[in-house]
Design a protein around this ligand. Sequence first.
Ligand SMILES: *[C@@H]1O[C@H](CO)[C@@H](O)[C@H](O)[C@H]1NC(C)=O
Ligand SMILES: *[C@@H]1O[C@H](CO)[C@@H](O)[C@H](O)[C@H]1NC(C)=O
Ligand SMILES: *[C@@H]1O[C@H](CO)[C@@H](O)[C@H](O)[C@H]1NC(C)=O
Length: 433
Amino acid sequence: MRYHTAVFSCILFALLWPGPTESAQWTCATCKGITERFAEKYAETEKGGYGGGNTDWEETYLKEYRRSEVRLLEIIEQLCKHDNHACHALVEEHEELLEEWWQKDESPHDNLYKWLCIDHVKTCCPNNTWGPGCRDCPIGREKVCSGHGKCDGEGTREGTGACTCDKGYQGALCEQCSIGHYEEYKNTTHVSCKGCHYGCNITCKGPGLEGCLACHKGYNYVQGQGCIDVDECQRETPAPCPQGFYCTNIVGAHKCFKCNEACDECFGPEANECKKCRENHVLLEGECKECDPLCKGCKGVGPENCVKCDEGKLADMVDGVCIECAPACHGCTGPGPENCKRCRMGFKQNKQGVCEDVDECKTICRLQHEVCTNTIGSYDCECEEGYERNVRDACVMKIPGQEDKPKRSQFDKYMKPNKHPKKMLTGKLRVEL
Ligand SMILES: *[C@@H]1O[C@H](CO)[C@@H](O)[C@H](O)[C@H]1NC(C)=O
Ligand SMILES: *[C@@H]1O[C@H](CO)[C@@H](O)[C@H](O)[C@H]1NC(C)=O
Ligand SMILES: *[C@@H]1O[C@H](CO)[C@@H](O)[C@H](O)[C@H]1NC(C)=O
């Protein structure tokens, strides 16, 4: 029974009194914080709450106050922030140490930290030592971690003592350059590393592109010179830029920019920086000029400089100049239907040599219920109102309710050999025929 009561008391104690469970949580930083705050509060209480008077009474009072219990309690009360449990726990447990030190008449600025945190609470270690036994941090080139890293747990009773090197350094003592860095300088007390040039493929033996041991994309390795920027714009295949773009070399790469829209190839963005022109343009003093509309290719501007005439535009060459032929002509030697080389389909040469429209309705589209309309160069052949084409291409009476059958004869049906071949013209005449 007594045992149970004791256990219960212990549990109750633990629940109500967070101190002992929290105490394990204080660190060197907690202790250091306390000593710093001690120095701060010590300075703040210098005047003992009295504004700098000079009466004898005050002089006497301050002398007594300087190392008084009153002042110490005032300082201790303010050592921890309200919610800093580790701090409260440490102060509570080691209040006597603070009192003992207070008797020694030393300035807190100089000695409290060493006396309290290192020597007595034993939560910190002297500079450059680490761990429970305050062992020396690894020294390289006369400095901890060669001056290029941190010793794990340094100044505390914790850690592993291993060096964590700064960027660019590696090794147990941080005395070597890490990958991508080169040794810039080294003597018995000092080593310094620097990053390799971006153009190096990671490793280098010195600064700049000359120091590279291998090159990044966009650079070529040249023995004795290191990495040299590749001028991608000089490359033939594959072309560095797509058609209609020009190339600009930049260090380690290249960029493509759009040509003036008249050029297919160019040296720069301006209209007069063309190298090769777009179709139907001619290169004149670096500039791409549009050919005459009647030309198909040209050596200069105007219809007199065509390489060929555009047949699609009914143009033909007469005395070295492209002219527009009459619509009745297929090629011409001059303007008008009287100067045709040949007549276009749907036209026929009369006795005077003029290409005239043929009235197709006189000879074709003459079946029952067909209605023929002659047009210039062609004709229309439809069924009468109320009639429609059947599968044999005859015009037959429409059956009500089947409205949407084609009224005109259909092109594909007339493709069959020997069956009214000329009816192909029904519908729109195609100029290229
Ligand atoms: C210990 O190191 C700290 C921070 O690096 C420095 O401020 C302090 O002066 C050093 N103390 C001694 C005794 O060298
Ligand atoms: C090593 O180099 C450092 C940095 O340049 C210099 O401060 C130091 O005096 C040098 N030590 C020796 C022994 O040359
Ligand atoms: C850079 O080096 C790595 C490893 O050696 C290699 O795989 C890669 O292809 C190199 N890059 C270039 C651009 O040479």
